[in-house]
Design a binder for this molecule. Structure first.
Ligand code: 2AM
Ligand code: CA
Length: 385
């Protein structure tokens, strides 16, 4: 059963969607305003945002907002805010291509706890709540179980004029073409993530997205049993400059393949660092370096999306490493009810093996984790679903 929160999100999305469907039918007559090269904002977009804001504020008066058009609004309740993209897939919408969505995420204490992505034309409502699961309308969703990269169908985004990320995209698309069953580019990151959650895509990656593009989708993928990180394998944040989402089996190979191809390309061409692939904690991430070499003519400086186009503003210069075993377990455990965030962060922070083992043993006693000996006697920790 969807919670009251999901009901609020659904009602707001359905109301805004009625306007979008009407406007989509009259797309030629729309008054279109230019926000930057190839980055249009339509009247429909603004109307949808106004409806979403009004509906969400009416139901949850104190919550804050982070919205694509109107930016950030702090609420009385400083712990919670809605992260909203009223129209994800704007370019599709303007061109009459029937693939776009409304995306609503709920952030609590800095973490995403609920997400809803609604495709009004197909009437597909993807929603998920932390610890509850991921659903398409009333049907429970699970990521795909494909384990072979050769069989995987991936989605990505292709940057366009004025948008950062071209070099990073070009560096990563080659290996994806060489190693998978196909790559799709449909133009809505929110729906791409929803499709990973639904098992339609086996994985997805993109650079330079904004918080509202991914906030809801991250919850969908996690709750459907998938993993979401940045390209370096670090825990994903909505402010990050890259995102890699995939089913539980393909996430690590996909993330490593993309990371390695990016490192190779950037390492090759970055001044003074020919073939140096190590990234220290003080140097910018490979994505930041790839993006820094591109013009950021995209959005105006008043645009909140600007922070995303400038990788130096993304705060993503951390050390290069993949997810630790503990973090991987934590990612999976986030979907289970009854584990508080403090406990999870403690688990993510601990590196000494003994501590991880101690916590894992307790989780096993509580029935939250299954521990088995793998092929070479190595203990395999597997969250109980
Ligand atoms: P939009 O349709 O709401 O603009 C396509 O690759 C994805 O990138 C879409 O989700 C699209 O969202 C998003 N996008 C388009 N322009 C962007 C920009 N300048 N910065 C960040 N994301 C953008
Ligand atoms: Ca968007």
């Amino acid at each position: 059963m969807p919670s009251a929160t999901i009901n609020v999100m659904e009602a707001a999305a359905r109301k805004a969607a009625r306007g979008l469907i009407r406007d989509f039918g009259e797309v030629e007559n729309l008054q279109v305003s230019r926000k930057g090269p190839a980055d249009f904002v339509t009247e429909a977009d603004r109307r949808a945002e106004r409806i979403l804001r009004a509906e969400l504020a009416k139901a949850r008066p104190g919550f804050g907002f982070l919205m694509e058009e109107s930016g950030e609004t702090e609420g009385e309740d400083t712990r919670r805010r809605w992260i909203v993209d009223p129209l994800d897939g704007t370019t599709n919408f303007l061109h009459g291509i029937p693939h776009f969505a409304i995306s609503i995420g709920l952030e609590e204490d800095g973490g995403m706890v609920a997400g809803l992505v609604y495709d009004p034309l197909r009437d597909e409502l993807f929603w998920a709540e932390k610890g509850v699961g991921c659903y398409l309308n009333r049907r429970r969703l699970r990521v795909s179980s494909r384990r072979r990269m050769e069989e995987a169908v991936l989605a990505t985004g292709i940057p366009f004029k004025g948008r950062a990320g071209k070099d990073a995209f070009l560096a990563t698309i080659g290996p994806a073409i060489d190693n998978t069953a196909g790559v799709r580019r449909f133009g809505s990151a929110a729906l791409d993530l929803a499709y990973v959650a639904a098992g339609r895509y086996d994985g997805f990656w993109e650079f330079g997205l904004s918080p509202w593009d991914v906030a809801a989708g991250i919850v969908l993928v996690r709750e459907a049993g998938g993993f979401v990180t940045d390209i370096s394998g670090r825990a994903v944040t909505i402010q990050g400059d890259s995102i890699v989402a995939a089913n539980d089996r393909l996430h690590t190979p996909l993330q490593r393949m993309l990371r390695d191809s990016l490192k190779e390309s950037v390492g090759d061409r970055a001044p003074g660092s020919r073939l140096r692939h190590t990234v220290s904690s003080s140097s910018p991430s490979p994505v930041a370096r790839a993006m820094r070499r591109e013009p950021h003519a995209g959005r105006s400086s008043s645009d909140p999306g600007d922070a995303r186009a400038d990788p130096t503003a993304g705060g993503n210069g951390g050390s290069e490493r993949t997810m630790t075993n503990a973090e991987r377990i934590v990612e999976a455990l986030r979907r289970k009810p009854g584990l508080d965030d403090d406990e999870l962060s403690r688990l993510a922070d601990v590196t000494p093996r003994q501590q991880v083992n101690r916590i894992c043993r307790r989780l096993e006693r509580e029935g939250k984790l299954r521990r088995e000996r793998g092929p070479r006697g190595k203990i395999v920790n597997d969250p109980v679903r």
